[in-house]
Design a protein around this ligand. Structure first.
Ligand SMILES: C[S@@+](CC[C@H](N)C(=O)[O-])C[C@H]1O[C@@H](n2cnc3c(N)ncnc32)[C@H](O)[C@@H]1O
Length: 228
C-alpha cells in the first residue's frame, strides 16, 4: 500500500458527500468516497477506505444471502450465473465467487471501474460492460452468457442506479431467475414494491451496510427473490 488515508469525522456524512484525505507520492488531497473514477484509479484505495476502514459488508451480505437461498431451493450456487450491476472494481464479484456463486458479467458506468476490475481481479468476470445500466443491452448479455441472476451490491439509489431501471433489467431474466440487491433502508420498501408483481421474495433482512466517516451505522436491507 503506497498511500495513507485520514478519515475526517467532521466531514459531511450525507451519502455521496463524505470525504477523506489521501496522502500519496508526497501529495495530499481531499477526495469524495463517491468520486469512483478517482478512487478506483488508485490500487487498493476503495478496499482500504470502504471495506476496511468503514466496514462495508454489502458485497458479502448479498453473496451469502443469495447462496443460502439457492441452497435452500435445493440448487447449486455454482450454477447461478450472475450479472453484477454497479460492479465497481470487482469487490462484489469476488464476494459472489467466494460464496460459491458464478460471477459472469460485471457492469458499471465508470470506465475506471472496468479498468480496475481487470487490473486487480483479472478473469473474475467473463465480460465487463462500461455503461449506465439503463443504456446497456441486457437481453443480449443474458442470452450470450446464459445469465440466471441479477445482483447489485451497494449500487441502488443515492445517485446510483434507480430501482425502476433495475426492474426494467429484471424483465430480461427468465422465470426461475434470481434477484439479489442491497438498498438503503429509506428506499427499501419502495424498491421492493416495484419488484413485487414478478418476484417471489425469499429474504428481506436489515443489516449495517457500513459506518459513516463519523462512525454511525448506515442501515440497509438485503433482498433475495426469484422470478415467477
Ligand atoms: C458503492 S459502489 C459499489 C461497487 C460494488 N458493487 C461493491 O459492492 O463494491 C457503486 C457503483 O455503482 C456504479 N454506478 C452508479 N450509477 C450507475 C449506473 N447508472 N449504471 C451502472 N453503474 C452505476 C458506480 O460507478 C459505482 O462503481
Amino acid at each position: 500500500m503506497d498511500f495513507h488515508v485520514d478519515l475526517d469525522p467532521a466531514a459531511p456524512t450525507v451519502r455521496g458527500s463524505e470525504t477523506f484525505v489521501l496522502e500519496r507520492d508526497g501529495g495530499r488531497r481531499v477526495m469524495r468516497i463517491h468520486d469512483y473514477d478517482d478512487v478506483y484509479a488508485v490500487p487498493g484505495l476503495y478496499e482500504h477506505v470502504v471495506s476496511d476502514r468503514l466496514g462495508c459488508v454489502s458485497p458479502q451480505t448479498l453473496a451469502t444471502s443469495l447462496a443460502a437461498e439457492v441452497t435452500a431451493a435445493g440448487e447449486q450456487p455454482a450454477d447461478v450465473r450472475c450479472l453484477d450491476v454497479g460492479a465497481g472494481n470487482g469487490v462484489s464479484g469476488a464476494a459472489l465467487r467466494d460464496a460459491g456463486l458464478t460471477p459472469v458479467v460485471g457492469l458499471d458506468v465508470s470506465p475506471a471501474a472496468g479498468a480496475a476490475a481487470e487490473r486487480d481481479r483479472p478473469g473474475l468476470y467473463a465480460e465487463f460492460v462500461v455503461a449506465a445500466l439503463g443504456d446497456a443491452a441486457v437481453p443480449d448479455l443474458v442470452t450470450r452468457h446464459r445469465l440466471t441472476a441479477l445482483v447489485s451490491a451497494g449500487a441502488l439509489t443515492g445517485g446510483h442506479i434507480e430501482p425502476q431501471v433495475l426492474a426494467r433489467t429484471w424483465a430480461a431474466f427468465a422465470p426461475g431467475g434470481w434477484l439479489a440487491y442491497t438498498c438503503a433502508e429509506a428506499h427499501a420498501d419502495d424498491a421492493r414494491s416495484i419488484f413485487a408483481e414478478h418476484t417471489d421474495i425469499r429474504r428481506d433482512e436489515r443489516f449495517v451496510h457500513r459506518r459513516t466517516v463519523a462512525g454511525d451505522p448506515v442501515w440497509y436491507r438485503v433482498l433475495v427473490g426469484r422470478r415467477r
